[in-house]
Design a protein around this ligand. Structure first.
Ligand code: CP
Length: 314
């Protein structure tokens, strides 16, 4: 396994899902096809399978989560696994135990898979080198959030029938966003054209190297786009002042019905959540079922996580 010190180019061993960057196009497409099969199951009255009967899944969330943690929890249970979600508030971390000692402790209980979210970029990669089971990254620092990108891709395919040839705008706090990074890798891999839109202070330097066009102006960046993906301001990752005020940010970068007109007529809106209504998105627009895919993203998140658990929990 080739490991670089900055954790940006770590090759997945076959049993881990550490990032989109190290997935092949075949693996990504296979996960999306498998996830499609779970959509109907999740809408039916009997949702339980025994694909993972006898397997133990541990969810280890060191950062807050509503969507990702609950959907991994449900996904594991629907596939028949024994799922244990650690309550990190009451764990020995509070007594100073390190991530590695926590991992070694859990590893001694023979889990088959650990799902981890951590504020440090590269923490899932480190964990994967210390345990015997599969590891799935549920979001690490500003690096990657692979299952979010996969569920976003599935949502787009479900509505637009394809990703290839679409023009996708990702708008907001690109600098601190793991969702942006994973989506840039995946949407490019699947043949979309990607625009990123942000104020200069929230745009990573040399972002064009990732194969995107960058804009500081919503009108130019949204031109002719099929999908408008809005991002949350990641205040918890900001040290210092990145913006004059939230009101000014909303005026220039908040998605409103007026700004949406810059995109294609049939453009659809996405947001990974949690949303800051009135900061990055107009509250009515966020709930408008004619244009907003936010609820569908959450729904399909369970199907995508079921596909990931089925593939990696061996
Ligand atoms: N999109 C996402 O990761 O949401 P949560 O923080 O609620 O898991």
């Amino acid at each position: 396994m080739a490991v670089k010190k900055n954790n940006t180019a770590i090759k997945n061993s076959p049993k881990h899902l550490l990032g989109i960057q190290s997935l092949s196009i075949l693996e990504a497409k296979s996960l999306l096809n498998e996830a499609k099969k779970f959509i109907e199951l999740n809408r039916s009255s009997s949702k339980k399978l025994d694909v993972l009967r006898g397997k133990t899944q541990i969810n280890l969330f060191f950062e807050p989560s509503t969507r990702t943690q609950s959907s991994f929890d449900l996904a594991g249970k629907r596939l028949g696994a024994d799922v244990m979600s650690m309550n990190m508030e009451n764990s020995a971390l509070k007594k100073g135990e390190t991530l590695i000692d926590t991992a070694m402790t859990l590893n001694a209980m023979h889990p088959d898979l650990i799902v981890i979210r951590h504020r440090e970029s590269g923490a899932p990669n480190l964990l994967s080198q210390k345990v015997n089971c599969a590891v799935i990254n549920a979001g690490d620092g500003r690096r990657e959030h692979p299952t979010q990108a996969l569920l976003d891709a599935l949502t787009i395919i479900n509505r637009k029938g394809k990703i290839e040839g679409l023009k996708i705008a990702i708008c907001g706090d690109i600098l601190h966003s793991r969702v942006a990074r994973s989506n840039i890798y995946l949407m490019n891999m699947l043949g979309a054209e990607v625009n990123v839109i942000a104020p200069k202070t929230l745009m990573p330097k040399s972002i064009e190297r990732m194969g995107v066009k960058s804009f500081t102006n919503m009108k130019k960046g949204l031109d002719d786009c099929d999908i408008v993906m809005m991002l949350r301001l990641q205040n918890e990752r900001m040290q210092g002042s990145f913006l004059p005020s939230k009101r000014e940010y909303y005026e220039f970068y908040g998605l409103t019905p007026e700004k949406l007109k810059f995109a294609k007529k049939d453009a659809l809106i996405m947001h990974p959540g949690p949303m800051n209504r009135g900061v990055e998105i107009d509250t009515k627009l966020a709930d408008d079922i004619n244009v907003s895919l936010v609820k569908e993203q959450v729904e399909l998140g369970v199907a995508v996580r079921m596909a990931c658990l089925k593939k990696y929990c061996k």
